[in-house]
Write a protein that binds this ligand. Structure first.
Ligand code: 13P
Length: 265
């Protein structure tokens, strides 16, 4: 789908540890984000700060998301945050199936969460990714998609976001991001599988696709060369306003150049 803003999903993980810091960080970025023409930021604070951060939202260029949600509205679930709580706190997106959570939950938990999030009018950011580029990596991605979508009603593709986050590339100390070539290989596998699942290419065109894994201001341009990249899911740099600003500028410059090139064709 053309003319959609590139998304930067900032997954703060457990790295912001007070309400004051969460609100301060968000406010330090938001005035810049409000001025961007081609970029939208989804900020995903730790659950207990979602509400306070969401109260700062007053521009469509930035929104708030949760890092997970329990697929029931309420009940005896000690320590959980329900999908309804997330919604009532002001979240519009929810990251689901992150590899840092998959060892705590089953594949059917992830599918239940995706269903519950969609039923509550929120947008799931579904993470998939292989552990290594071994001989089975394509099958792993296909199976992760089947595990989610075989159980989820196949409607509202425009509200679905798939983040390809190869586990080997996440927060890699060796700073080992995937290359955009590896991303495009994965995207081909993902789109083919989704086409089988959703049965139409049109539905798949409406889904947004992100890359995540050691992405920063040094390697983002490699990915921006491909129009198929709808955005990014960032971890380590997600709470570094200086690096985020550089990434926003690179996105804006890149999209503007693309538009001028189209006009001059
Ligand atoms: P890094 O950007 O630190 O590799 O984290 C990626 C990630 O897990 C985002 O969800």
């Amino acid at each position: 789908m053309k003319n959609r803003k590139k998304m930067i999903v900032a997954n703060w993980k457990m790295n912001v540890t007070s309400e004051k810091d969460a609100v301060g960080l968000f406010n330090s970025i938001k005035s810049v984000v409000a001025k961007l023409d081609y970029t939208q930021m989804i900020c995903c604070p730790p659950h207990m700060y979602v509400n306070q951060v969401a109260k700062q939202v007053n521009h469509p260029n930035y929104r708030v998301g949760g890092q997970d949600a329990y697929p029931e509205e309420s009940g005896s679930r000690t320590g959980e945050t329900s999908v309804l709580m997330m919604k009532n706190s002001g979240a519009e997106y929810v990251i689901l199936g992150h590899s840092e959570r998959r060892h705590l939950e089953t594949k059917s938990d992830v599918a239940r969460k995706v269903t519950a999030v969609l039923e509550h009018g929120l947008k799931p950011i579904i993470c998939i990714g292989e552990e290594a580029r071994d001989k089975n990596w394509k099958k792993t991605l296909q199976q992760q998609l089947k595990d989610v979508f075989n159980r989820v009603p196949k409607k509202e593709p425009e509200n679905i976001i798939i983040a390809y986050e190869p586990i080997w590339a996440i927060s890699s100390d060796k700073k080992n991001p995937a290359t955009s070539t590896e991303y495009m290989e994965a995207l081909e596998v993902i789109k083919k599988e989704l086409q089988k699942i959703f049965k139409t290419a049109k539905a798949v065109e409406k889904i947004r696709f992100l890359y995540g894994g050691s992405l920063d201001d040094k390697n983002i341009e490699d990915f921006l060369r491909h129009a198929e990249v709808n955005g990014f899911l960032v971890g380590r740099v997600s709470h570094d306003p200086r690096i985020l600003m550089t990434m926003f500028r690179l996105i804006e410059d890149h999209v503007q150049k693309e538009i001028f090139a189209q006009i001059n064709e």
